[in-house]
Design a protein around this ligand. Structure first.
Ligand SMILES: *[C@@H]1O[C@H](CO)[C@@H](O)[C@H](O)[C@H]1NC(C)=O
Ligand SMILES: *[C@@H]1O[C@H](CO)[C@@H](O)[C@H](O)[C@H]1NC(C)=O
Length: 448
């Protein structure tokens, strides 16, 4: 029956491939997709025929189609050639290829993970799961255990009323990043409430402003001391909290004699400590970085681990502590955060780092990143980098040297060689004057 419906859908809505194409579980979608995308669940790849990544994805995508067709989930898998159906690409704001989007009753979730079959299928299954899973009261302990790795949001109470509606709304907009459960307690006098389970603890949503619940979920969706990297820092920053970035090191994290280990522990303790202080907890999210690269790029300066700074992802500003990391304690970190929050409110704190969106800053940042990457190359691959940069530089130097040492300046002395003493040969002109004495003696007087 399901197959028949699928077939009818296929016939009525989609451009049929020519019969020579092998059967596939992936639907070739056309502009008509825009009419049906809000109905049910779709998992769609947007591609361009010339894109190499798309070509590599196609066989995987076919497998994903088959796997999801075999599962009993009501997910339809499709693909859209964006060069043919540009209207679809424009309407959905497709920027690059391939773009993979899950559509769930009009809500969209962009896929950003690896392009292998397993990741894609598990993502689709997660997206298709009931948004709010109803569990029994005695299953709470099991939930708490699984929430150690991924925070879970739990609604306690009957599934009615404004708080539940707000919870439902939050779950609808955040279901791809967190898990939502509801527990209907047997005890009727139970007070409806929403909590987040994470890090072996429970934090309750303060119900003063119920409409803030979705934002609260965004703020609380990360574990208390999460590992940050360039791929998730933007999302952590989008939580609306300032990020307390701890520069640590994966390899030294468990080395009990290393100062990095010691510092990592202190920071972790501090991240737990602030749970008891709502005014601090609401504003700061702890995260740690493996190695100093990202921190150095943010600060545009060389950072060495261990290190701690407060970072505002929105403005790319950061705040440093006056204390050396080696002097910091749990207490001093908590005090630092409190003071930082207060002075931001008063406007007395001076943020370091220029807001990252200006053109000049971007150019500066690019220059720094170039410098940083070259420096990193030398640090990690000294020999190779030396050859890579050394050989051209050596050639350049030789060329420069030759140019400089061969003197082309027009120097009069050189041009003429040695001073030629102008030996003016004085030729004595001996002019022999022949004076013809013509005696004209006309004394021939004829005297008579
Ligand atoms: C980050 O900086 C921007 C701009 O100065 C500000 O509007 C925003 O509130 C700051 N974010 C946090 C979490 O304080
Ligand atoms: C552990 O830390 C110490 C002190 O910094 C260091 O000398 C040692 O090499 C580290 N051990 C490992 C396995 O990295």
């Amino acid at each position: 029956m399901a197959l028949l419906i699928k077939f009818l859908l296929f016939l009525s809505l989609f451009v049929l491939n020519e019969a020579i194409n092998p059967p596939t579980a992936v639907l070739d979608l056309s502009e008509k997709f825009l009419d049906v995308k809000d109905e049910g669940m779709w998992f769609v790849e947007f591609y361009a025929p010339w894109c190499a990544h798309c070509k590599r994805l196609h066989p995987v995508w076919d497998q994903v189609g088959h796997a999801l067709a075999d599962s009993d989930l009501p997910i339809r898998v499709g693909k859209v050639d964006c060069t043919r159906f540009t209207l679809v690409a424009n309407k959905l704001g497709i920027q690059g290829y391939p773009t993979i989007i899950f559509f769930r009753n009009g809500h969209t979730i962009d896929y950003r993970g690896g392009r292998d079959k397993e990741s894609l299928i598990s993502f689709a299954k997660r997206c298709a799961a009931p948004i709010i899973e109803s569990v029994k009261e005695n299953e709470l302990e099991k939930l708490k255990l699984s929430a150690r790795t991924q925070p879970s949001f739990v609604f306690f109470g009957e599934s009615t009323g404004p708080l539940f509606d707000a919870f439902n709304e939050a779950a609808n907009s955040k279901f791809s990043v967190a898990r939502f459960y509801s527990i209907a307690p047997k005890d009727a006098s139970f007070r409806p409430r929403v909590v987040v389970l994470k890090d072996n603890a429970e934090v309750e949503f303060n119900q003063k402003d119920i409409s803030d619940l979705t934002n609260w979920v965004a703020r609380e969706r990360w574990p208390g001391f999460v590992q940050a990297s360039s791929s998730n820092l933007a999302e952590i920053g989008a939580s609306g909290k300032l990020v307390v970035l701890v520069v640590s090191s994966e390899t030294q994290k468990f080395n009990t004699t290393s100062p990095i280990h010691h510092f990592h522990k202190i920071a972790e303790e501090a991240s737990k400590e602030i749970r008891k202080m709502p005014e601090v907890w609401d504003r700061f999210q702890f995260a740690w970085l493996d190695g100093p690269d990202l921190a150095s790029q943010i600060q545009m300066a060389t950072v060495s681990e261990p290190h701690l700074f407060i970072f505002n992802y929105t403005s790319y500003e950061y705040y440093l502590s006056e204390d050396e990391p080696s002097q910091m304690t749990v207490k001093s970190i908590v005090t630092l955060l409190k003071q930082n929050a207060e002075s931001i409110d008063k406007g007395t704190v001076i943020a370091l780092g220029v807001p990252g969106r200006h053109l000049l800053t971007r150019v500066k940042r690019m220059a720094f990143e170039l410098y940083w990457n070259v420096a990193q190359m030398f640090a990690t691959q000294p020999l190779l980098s030396s050859c890579l940069f050394g050989v051209p530089i050596a050639f350049l130097s030789i060329i420069c040297y030759s140019i400089c040492s061969a003197d082309f300046t027009v120097d009069r002395d050189e041009f003429y060689g040695e001073d030629e003493e102008e030996e003016e040969e004085l030729i004595d002109e001996e002019e022999g004057e022949e004076t013809d004495h013509v005696d004209t003696e006309d004394d021939h007087e004829k005297a008579d």
